[in-house]
Design a protein. Structure first.
Length: 145
């Protein structure tokens, strides 16, 4: 409850000399205000940043129905919460702009990813398999006939 939210405070950093206190809401100077959102980590490719995807419903008055929308929010990962993996469910909180695209910080990992979650997320973004030279030659022969 140190940051004004009902989240558990993680253990102190192991290397205090190298720790980035400027961007840490728990042990640094970063204030947390505004929205608190929950979503799933879909990308961990950037350094100290994750992309969190959240799904929400939007009313469509013309058809008297709801439709699902998704938003992808880049969020800073404080060093005390590293490492995160794809498929983890996290809480993020709004803060001051930390970079050109980041205005949120991860404050809690609510659920760790299971093997099924990771397989489901990676299968959605999996590219089509490439064809071998033999397959291309066979397809060309069929087209000539």
């Amino acid at each position: 409850m140190a940051i004004g939210l009902d989240v558990e405070t993680p253990p102190e950093p192991e290397n205090p000399e190298e720790y980035d206190y400027e961007k840490c809401p728990f042990y640094g100077e970063l204030s947390v205000r505004g929205q608190i959102l929950e979503g799933t980590v879909v990308s961990t490719d950037m350094d100290k940043t994750v992309v969190v995807e959240r799904e929400y419903d939007v009313a469509v008055p013309k058809y008297d129905r709801h439709m699902k929308r998704r938003s992808r929010i880049p969020a800073h990962v404080p060093g005390v919460l590293e490492p995160l993996s794809v498929g983890d469910t996290v809480k993020i909180a709004e803060t001051r702009p930390l970079s050109k695209t980041k205005s949120h910080v991860v404050v809690e990992v609510t659920q760790e990813a299971t093997a099924e979650d990771v397989a489901e997320l990676t299968s959605q973004a999996e590219p089509e398999p490439e064809l071998s030279d033999e397959d291309l030659a066979a397809a060309a022969d069929e087209g000539d006939q």
